[in-house]
Design a binder for this molecule. Structure first.
Ligand code: FAD
Ligand code: SF4
Ligand code: SF4
Length: 482
């Protein structure tokens, strides 16, 4: 083993420099900077090169983390990049937005007693450097195949599949209803977590690889839309990677008042504004408003922090459980608090006030009760716990469910689960329609970018196998007929 490693006993954990809260409140740029080269190599050298690396086991992509840490510690960055990109289609994106505390870093063995290796920041540094040095090249196919694959959805699942299928030589067509590729990477996740040129850079690389994009093309049965079965007829295989977009709603008196908006509508407009698009002013803008965001997940965190940057008068996040029980990342809550967000824990909205537009939220103070069968503490109302919060913009961030694809697409043969997710054969990724595959959030339900990448890569391998098996079967049939 390299003598450089195991330095965790003498070198403490340090993250890349983070911009101060006062500065970052004013823009949508990322809040973390890249490591300086010597800091990356010193931090990578803290790894103890475990024989059984729990970091890799808990990375959905099974990244070969100890190897690229050692190569980084030794300054062999081009080799580190080669190892890192062998298992991950978008390492610089995962390094930025994976919830590392729940995945690789949260399972790093030196976490016990010492702080974990800063795996995500090193992963980001390796690929950012590779882009800077010109080492990142499109993976061009060694031979062109006649077979073509349609991918519906240009989110991380669809793009990861496109990259693998194209590298194998298939003609790959990606269809998306939006005008830009990236899915939630471009229109959901704000720039302060993932700057948009990082996503656009990947789109360009895929184009250079020969992937054909049909942007602004929705699949469905409406005017100008292409149906699923038309795509199936035009291509040898189809992959559905459409994500989940049906926002969970909130009821109660006043819930239909103007000024109460959905999180993704709000974030999409903000992202479009950052991209320089003309967007309507008004309801979906937090400037000079008292903003209340309802929810405790990552989408809620993105909304509160966007509202701060838009110059809201006040920003409060109402969540019905406490800090310890919220689903959002601890790191993001800390960032949000530093930026000026006020969290109102144990608060459940029960009515929205106002005549022509929302003016406030009436909420019920909650308390934690006994754990339920899953071990999670139940919640119950505090007696006399009603209170009111002033609001002229309320953002609902309660999560997403799948859109009802069989009805929307008039594809009754497409089987879905009782939650509406598309059913697949777990090994083959194939749906109930022959030659139609599915991957990403539309199969798992709302999940993570890293899982979408994993599914896209695995589905691509299965599609490649399916197409080549059929090609061999038809070649044997023709030989037999001769
Ligand atoms: P998507 O990214 O949703 O992409 C699906 C694509 O399909 C979209 O481009 C859509 O336009 C297209 N599409 C849908 N229907 C059609 C149709 N009928 N015709 C044509 N195109 C269609 N995950 C993390 O790991 N870290 C984070 O920090 C994080 N933050 C998040 C913040 C927000 C606000 C949200 C909403 C999610 C966040 N996630 C995060 C989750 C992550 O973004 C998703 O799990 C991931 O993007 C799913 O990838 P996907 O490719 O399955 O779907
Ligand atoms: Fe960690 Fe995500 Fe990178 Fe895997 S892909 S090593 S979980 S940051
Ligand atoms: Fe290195 Fe931590 Fe992974 Fe062990 S678990 S190989 S110390 S990063």
């Amino acid at each position: 083993m390299s003598t450089k490693m195991l330095s965790f006993v003498s070198v403490s954990q340090s993250q890349p420099p983070r911009r101060g809260a006062a500065e970052r409140r004013n823009d949508f740029d990322e809040i973390y900077e890249d490591f300086a080269p010597e800091q990356a190599s010193t931090q990578a050298s803290r790894c103890s090169q475990c024989g059984v690396p729990f970091c890799s086991i808990h990375c959905p992509l099974g990244n070969n983390i100890p190897d690229w840490l050692m190569l980084t510690a030794e300054g062999r960055l081009e080799e580190a990049y080669a190892v890192s990109q062998a298992t991950n289609t978008f390492p610089e994106i995962c390094g930025r937005i994976c919830p590392q505390d729940r995945l690789c870093e949260g399972n790093c063995v030196i976490e016990k007693g010492f702080e974990s290796v800063t795996i995500g920041a090193v992963e980001r540094y390796i690929t950012d450097t590779a882009f800077e040095k010109g080492w990142v090249k499109p993976d061009l196919p060694v031979r062109e195949l006649e077979s073509s694959v349609a991918i519906i959805g240009a989110g991380p699942a669809g793009l990861a599949a496109a990259e693998r299928l194209r590298a194998a030589g298939h003609q790959v067509h990606v269809y998306d209803r939006h005008d830009r590729a990236g899915g939630l990477l471009i229109y959901g996740i704000p720039g302060f977590k993932l700057e948009k040129d990082i996503v656009a850079r990947r789109e360009k690389l895929l184009e250079d690889q020969g992937v054909i994009f049909h942007l602004g093309q929705a699949i469905g049965t409406g005017d100008g839309e292409v149906t699923l079965m038309q795509l199936r007829e035009q291509h040898d295989a189809v992959l559905i990677a459409t994500g989940v977009y049906k926002a969970r709603e909130i009821g109660g008196p006043g819930s239909g008042l103007p000024g109460i908006v959905r999180a993704l509508d709000y974030l999409t407009v903000s992202n479009r504004r950052s991209l320089g698009d003309a967007v309507p002013e008004g309801e979906l803008d937090a400037t000079d408003k008292d903003v209340v965001v309802i929810g405790g997940g990552d989408t809620a965190m993105d909304c509160v922090r966007t509202a701060i940057r838009q110059g809201a008068r006040s920003v409060k996040c109402l969540y019905r459980r406490d800090r310890a029980n919220m689903p959002g990342s601890v790191r993001e809550v800390k960032n949000a608090e530093e930026e000026g967000v006020e969290f109102v824990w144990l608060a459940a909205p029960e009515a929205f006030l106002g005549d022509n537009a929302v003016t406030g939220v009436r909420a019920q103070r909650m308390r934690l009760g006994m754990p339920d069968a899953t071990g999670r503490q139940s919640i119950e109302p505090e007696p006399d716990g009603l209170f009111t919060v002033k609001a002229d913009l309320v953002i609902k961030a309660l999560g997403f469910d799948p859109e009802p694809l069989p009805e929307l697409w008039e594809a009754k043969d497409l089987e879905v689960s009782r939650w509406g997710t598309v059913k697949i054969d777990r090994e083959r990724f194939e749906t109930s329609i022959s030659g139609v595959f599915a991957a990403g959030d539309i199969v798992r339900g709302a999940s993570l970018v890293v899982w979408a990448i994993r599914d896209g890569r695995d589905a691509a391998a299965q599609i490649d196998h399916w197409i080549s098996e059929r090609a061999s079967a038809s070649a044997s049939a023709s030989l037999a007929a001769e």
